[in-house]
Design a protein around this ligand. Structure first.
Ligand code: A2P
Length: 406
């Protein structure tokens, strides 16, 4: 028998296939097929870089094995294999292994809560979030308190404001965190659907202040392939929910994309479409607390005003609370404008804020926007005599720069 080793594994039941671990791994030890994300035992050096960024904790699984599970075996799993309790690591007394693992898990979880050790850190003044309180095996059951269409009748795009009430279950969230939704039923292969993550759109004290509820901003995901209409499983499930329906929820998730509690912090928010959800939460938090000392600056891109979630309420927010830069890509009488175009136009103002130590920058929305926004930031910083690359590194290291794209 070969010497037992501790193998790093990903729990296929919890993993939401968000690709974060594969993007984070510095040595390309994480890979995936159409079913599972897996860790290559021949490459992984247990550097732990992937642990903290994982939104669900699925990445944080370990087994003591005499022969490592191969990639092919892991690709086939619907759940992790049982632990072999007869195996221990060499030079370790039986029993001490579990203790050591528990210590390590607690340490890693503590790190994940504080956002330390990973590449992305939370703002220094952010509250400590709760994560993983509810799992797929033991989800919270929320009741739908409301489901309202946000997009107007001129568009096919169906974006919803959905309010979930947790009744007597405690479900604490912070602005910027996400929750997992478990769609009922099974996929084409007869397996339960994967959990999907949605950003919370309400502040920590509830969609209605001091109510045990939260809201989500959900767009019905529709694709037409060769004339056939396909709808996303989870988004359709959510968009079709009726008041009183029960929903299984996991989470909360997210330890770094959090807002600073410091009322003097400036917050620059850049988003497209439903990427606005966390920024609605952050803005509402500031509005409720009547905190207008730090600047809130929002760059928000949508196809048309009718497709911009929360357009009406947003227009009513006073300029002393938030500076709004709304831009549209599909207006008949205007050229296409993306958020990055508007940022370039407002370059002086953005660069002036970026030069301040109390400024935090958040980008949320379509993946495609990321490179455009980076280029805009590079160029407007250059014009202002700042170097975006080194500034971005410093801001990320200080928990002041966050990107969440999908
Ligand atoms: P477009 O009209 O080109 O699709 P969506 O409605 O699909 O959620 O998109 C929200 C907004 O983001 C739309 O205005 C869309 O414009 C815009 N958008 C699409 N691609 C990019 C990109 N690469 N950078 C910035 N904005 C984008």
């Amino acid at each position: 028998m070969t010497t037992p080793i501790r193998q790093h594994l990903i729990d296929p039941e919890i993993c939401i296939r968000c690709n974060t671990c594969e993007e984070t791994c510095p040595i390309n030890a994480v890979t995936h097929n159409e079913d599972n994300y897996v860790v290559d035992p021949a490459i992984c050096n247990a550097c732990l870089d992937c642990i903290s960024p994982c939104p669900t904790g699925a990445i944080d699984n370990w087994r003591i094995v005499s022969t490592p599970y191969s990639l092919e075996e892991q690709f086939e799993w619907d759940e992790l294999p049982e632990e072999d309790e007869n195996l221990t690591l060499e030079e370790t007394a039986p029993g001490a292994v579990e203790e050591a693992l528990e210590d390590e898990v607690s340490r890693l979880l503590a790190e994940a809560h504080a956002g330390l050790g990973g590449k992305s850190k939370p703002p220094a003044s952010a509250s400590t979030p709760y994560v993983n309180l509810y799992t797929r095996g033991e989800p919270a059951v929320a009741k739908v308190a409301g489901n309202f269409r946000l997009t107007d009748g001129t568009t096919d795009s169906d974006i919803r404001h959905i309010v979930l009430d947790f009744g007597s279950h405690s479900f604490p969230v912070l602005e910027g965190q996400s929750i997992g939704i478990v769609p009922p039923g099974v996929d084409a292969k007869g397996r339960p659907h994967h959990v999907r993550l949605y950003s919370v759109a309400s502040p920590r004290d509830g969609e209605r202040p001091n109510h045990n509820n939260l809201s989500l901003t959900v767009k019905r995901d529709v694709a037409v392939v060769e004339g056939v209409r396909h709808e996303g499983v989870a988004s359709s499930y959510l968009c079709d929910l009726k008041k009183g329906d029960e929903v299984k929820v996991t989470g909360p998730f997210g330890t770094s994309f959090l807002m600073p509690n410091d009322p003097e912090a400036n917050i620059i928010m850049v988003c497209t479409g439903t990427g606005s959800a966390p920024f609605r939460a952050m803005t509402e938090r500031r509005r409720r607390r009547r905190e207008t000392r730090g600047t809130l600056l929002l760059f928000f891109g949508a196809r048309t005003p009718g497709e911009l979630p929360y357009f009406g309420p947003l227009m009513k927010l006073p300029d002393r609370l938030i500076r709004k830069e709304l831009c549209f890509s599909r207006l008949d009488d205007q050229p296409k404008e993306y958020v990055q175009d508007r940022m370039r136009k407002k370059g002086d103002g953005v660069a002036a804020l970026l030069g301040e130590q109390k400024t935090h920058l958040y980008v949320c929305g379509l993946k495609g926007m990321e490179s455009g926004v980076t280029e805009a930031l590079e160029s407007l910083c250059r014009e202002a005599g700042l170097d975006w690359k080194s500034l971005a590194e410093r801001m990320r290291d200080e928990g002041r720069y966050h990107v969440e794209t999908y």
